[in-house]
Design a protein around this ligand. Structure first.
Ligand code: S3P
Length: 430
C-alpha cells in the first residue's frame, strides 16, 4: 500500500496512542503461565502482539481477548502450562514473540518450532539459542543461526549465569523467563542496561528478582496472577512528539504513555537538541511501570551526539531521530548502533538512502549515521522495506518537507506496532 503525505502547515494536537507493545508481549506471556486468572486492559492492538497471542493459544495457552484491548488469561505455572503445538508457531514479523517465547517454551516438556516472515527469518537467533542450550534445552536453528527455531524443552532447566555480547532486552527476557522453570537462581549480566519491563512485571507477579547494576537475578517460581492496564506506547508517541519538536510554534501532547527510563532516551535526545519538553507523571501501571503525559514544544534545533547507553535507550527511535536531525543546525552523530542493521530491516542503510532521496545530508557509518542539517526536505518516493518504524519515520519526514508530496510504499507495515497510525497523523495535522 502506498500512502501519500504532503508538507504539514501546523501541528497543535493532543493524542492517546495504543497500548505499549513491549509491555503487552510480556503481560500476555506472564498471564498465560501465571497460576490462575489474570486480566490485561489496553493491550496493544499491534500485529506483533497478535502474533504473541496466537502462538500462546497454539501452544495450549488459555487466552481470551475482548474489545478495546481487554484480555483474560489463565495458566498453570512456569513450565507446566504449554504443550506441543500441532504445527509451527507463526511469530509473523515479531522478534519479541520469537525470542521471549523461546525462553518460555524451553522450560516446558514439549517440542515446538518457532517460525516467522522473511524479515524475521533473517534476524539473529543464536543469541537466544546458546543460553537456552546452556540451560539444558535443545535448540536447533537454520543454517546461519536464524529461524526457524526448533525447541525441545527440558524441565527443570539448569540455572545459568550468562553475559550476552549484545545489549538486548529480548535476550535478557528470554533467559529470565526460562529461569522461572530452572533448578536455581539464573543471572543475566548485560553489557549496557536495556529496558527492564520483564523485571518490573515479574516483580508485579511476586517473582523474586534481584537487580544489582547491570546484573539481574531471577529465582524460579510461578508468577502470581495480576490485573494490569497497559500504558500507551511511548515508541508510538515518539513519531508525533519528534515531529512537533522540529518547528518553532508546533506543539504535541501525548497522554498516558509509559515512561520506563529504558524507553525515554529519545526525549533526552530532543532536549539535548533544544526542544522544550514537559512531563507530568501519573499513577504507575501495575504499581511498577511509570506513566505520564508528555508535551513537546518545537524549537530551532541543533546537533547532538547519540552514543553508548543513550543509544540503547532510544534504539527504536533512531530512525525518526535521524529524520529530525535533518532539521537541526550542525552535524548529528548516531554511534554504537550496529544493532540497527539486525532489526526488521537494515535501518542504517535504509535511513541513509531515504534521507538522501528526501534531500537530506546523511552518511552511513558501520555502527551509525551522521546527519548534517538543516536541510529543506522535498517530496520523494520512499520505501518502508516492510519495516514499521521506517514507514512511520518517512511519514514524519513527509510532514516536515517544504515542498512536494512523499509516496511511502509498504506503508501498511505500520500496523506491526501502530494500526491506524496514518489516520492518527492526518487527524493530528488537520
Ligand atoms: C524489545 C527490545 C529491543 C527493541 C524491540 C523490542 C523488547 O530489541 O528494539 O523493538 O520488547 O524487548 P532487542 O532486544 O533486540 O534490542
Amino acid at each position: 500500500m502506498i500512502e501519500r503525505i504532503g508538507p504539514a502547515q501546523h501541528l497543535d494536537a493532543t493524542i492517546e496512542v495504543p497500548g505499549d507493545k513491549s509491555i503487552s508481549h510480556r503481560a500476555l506471556i506472564l498471564g498465560a503461565i501465571a497460576r490462575g486468572r489474570s486480566y490485561i486492559g489496553n493491550c496493544s492492538p499491534a500485529d506483533d502482539v497478535e502474533s504473541t497471542m496466537r502462538c500462546l493459544r497454539d501452544a495450549g495457552g488459555w487466552v481470551r481477548a475482548f474489545g478495546r484491548g481487554r484480555v483474560y488469561l489463565d495458566g498453570s505455572g512456569a513450565g507446566a502450562t504449554l504443550r506441543t503445538p500441532d504445527g509451527p508457531l507463526d511469530c509473523g514479523n515479531s522478534g519479541s514473540t520469537m525470542r521471549l517465547l523461546a525462553g518460555v517454551l524451553a522450560g516446558h516438556d514439549l517440542n515446538a518450532v518457532l517460525d516467522g516472515d522473511a524479515s524475521l527469518r533473517r534476524r539473529p537467533m543464536r543469541r537466544v539459542a546458546e543460553p537456552l542450550r546452556a540451560m539444558g534445552a535443545e535448540v536447533a536453528t537454520a543454517h546461519g543461526g536464524t529461524a526457524p527455531l526448533e525447541i525441545q524443552g527440558h524441565r527443570p532447566l539448569h540455572a545459568l549465569e550468562w553475559r550476552p555480547e549484545v545489549a538486548s532486552a529480548q535476550v535478557k527476557s528470554a533467559i529470565l523467563l526460562a529461569g522461572l522453570a530452572a533448578d536455581g537462581d539464573t543471572v543475566v549480566e548485560e553489557p549496557l542496561p536495556t529496558r527492564d519491563h520483564t523485571e518490573r512485571l515479574l516483580r508485579m507477579c511476586g517473582v523474586d528478582v534481584g537487580i544489582d547494576g547491570r546484573r539481574v537475578t531471577v529465582t524460579p517460581g510461578d508468577p502470581q496472577p495480576f490485573g494490569l492496564r497497559v500504558p500507551g506506547d511511548v515508541s508510538s508517541a515518539a513519531f508525533f512528539l519528534a515531529l512537533a519538536s522540529a518547528r518553532q510554534g508546533w506543539r504535541m501532547r501525548c497522554n498516558g504513555v509509559g515512561l520506563n527510563p529504558g524507553r525515554t532516551g529519545f526525549l533526552d535526545v530532543l532536549i539535548a537538541m533544544g526542544a522544550e519538553i514537559e512531563v507530568e507523571e501519573g499513577e504507575p501501571a501495575g504499581g511498577v511501570e511509570p506513566v505520564g503525559a508528555v508535551t513537546v514544544r518545537g524549537r530551532d534545533l541543533h546537533e547532538t551526539v547519540i552514543a553508548g547507553e543513550l543509544t540503547v535507550r532510544c534504539i527504536d527511535e533512531l530512525p525518526v531521530l535521524a529524520v529530525i536531525a535533518t532539521q537541526a543546525h550542525g552535524e548529528t552523530e548516531i554511534r554504537d548502533a550496529a544493532e540497527l542493521r539486525a532489526k526488521e530491516s537494515d535501518r542504517i542503510a535504509a535511513v541513509a538512502h531515504g534521507l538522501r532521496a528526501l534531500g537530506g545530508a546523511c552518511e552511513e557509518t558501520s555502527d551509525g549515521l551522521v546527519v548534517t542539517g538543516p536541510s529543506q526536505l522535498h517530496g520523494a518516493h520512499l520505501d518502508s522495506h516492510g519495516d514499521h518504524r521506517l514507514a512511520m519515520a518517512w511519514a514524519v519526514a513527509a510532514a516536515l518537507a517544504r515542498e512536494g508530496d512523499c509516496h511511502i510504499a509498504g506503508a501498511e507495515a505500520a500496523s506491526v506496532s501502530f494500526p491506524g497510525f496514518f489516520d492518527a497523523l492526518r487527524h493530528a495535522l488537520s
